[in-house]
Design a protein around this ligand. Structure first.
Ligand code: PEP
Length: 258
């Protein structure tokens, strides 16, 4: 019997932003704003050099910290890469895998993304698998086949362990553009992903499905109310403490109606 998910998940993706002073201010605002334990699960994915700062400032708080990428290799001659084991040393709870910016700027293939997910799982870190179509693919009617293909690669490589991943549906045309998917568009794709997981993986309902793409304080509530949207992956708005806290408040309200 599948366990229903408890609470929503809100994860910030800082991308390549921040410095020691600004991070400290943002993380303190977040922790101060979450004095009461939130109903939702909250985390931030920070640039790798700031993992130790996040670990210091967030330890003992309700906010988890994560990374934005992980190597597909365990160790060795891979200059510049960071292994899952190294992330683990910094208390990382989850890692983004296959973000569209990495697929686009670093030519990450579906197979590579699946291997990175494998590395994270082997180290006890939850990979958040990002999938999503470009505008061109959406306009060509390929949305469903693209996200299904991206997720299938992860299921193929990880088998039963796929029940331990999180998935983020992030339409590429909505990331950083201010053009959010409508709640109906997002729900439609989430339902496709949910059905694919249920057909292929035991305990598929353990897998949270997050929406990402210009989620902000104004549109979060409507997105998070959708049946198959279990949370949000938030880029730009996670860099503004008040906006991120407002999204978390929307998630808490939505979670309370579960
Ligand atoms: C992201 O980078 O994952 C993202 C969703 O960005 P934004 O919220 O800025 O669109």
């Amino acid at each position: 019997m599948n366990q229903p998910l408890a609470g929503k998940r809100i994860v910030g993706n800082w991308k390549m932003n921040g410095d020691l002073a600004a991070n400290a201010q943002l993380l303190r605002a977040l922790v101060d704003g979450l004095q009461q334990a939130p109903t939702s699960h909250v985390g931030v994915c920070v640039p790798a050099p700031y993992l130790s700062q996040a670990a210091q400032l967030l330890a003992g708080s309700p906010v988890c910290w994560g990374a934005q990428d992980v190597s597909a290799h365990a160790s060795g001659a891979y200059t510049g890469e960071v292994s899952a084991h190294m992330l683990r040393d910094f208390g990382v709870r989850f890692v983004l895998v296959g973000h569209s910016e990495r697929r686009q700027h670093h030519a990450e293939s579906d197979a590579l993304v699946a291997t990175k997910a494998q590395q994270a799982l082997a180290a006890g870190i939850t990979p958040i698998i990002c999938v999503g179509e470009t505008l061109q693919e959406r306009e060509a009617g390929l949305t469903e086949s693209v996200v299904r293909r991206q997720l299938a690669a992860v299921i193929h490589a990880n088998g039963a362990c796929t029940s331990e991943v999180w998935v983020a549906y992030e339409p590429v045309w909505a990331i950083g553009t201010g053009h959010t998917a409508t709640p109906e568009q997002a729900q439609q794709v989430h339902a496709v992903l949910r059905a694919q997981l249920r057909a292929a993986v035991d305990r598929a309902d353990r897998v949270p499905l997050l929406y990402g793409g210009s989620m902000n304080a104004s549109n979060a509530a409507a997105l998070l109310e959708q049946a198959d949207i279990d949370g949000g992956l938030v880029g730009g708005a996670s860099l503004k403490g008040a906006d991120f806290l407002s999204i978390i408040a929307s998630a808490n309200n939505a979670a309370a109606t579960y």
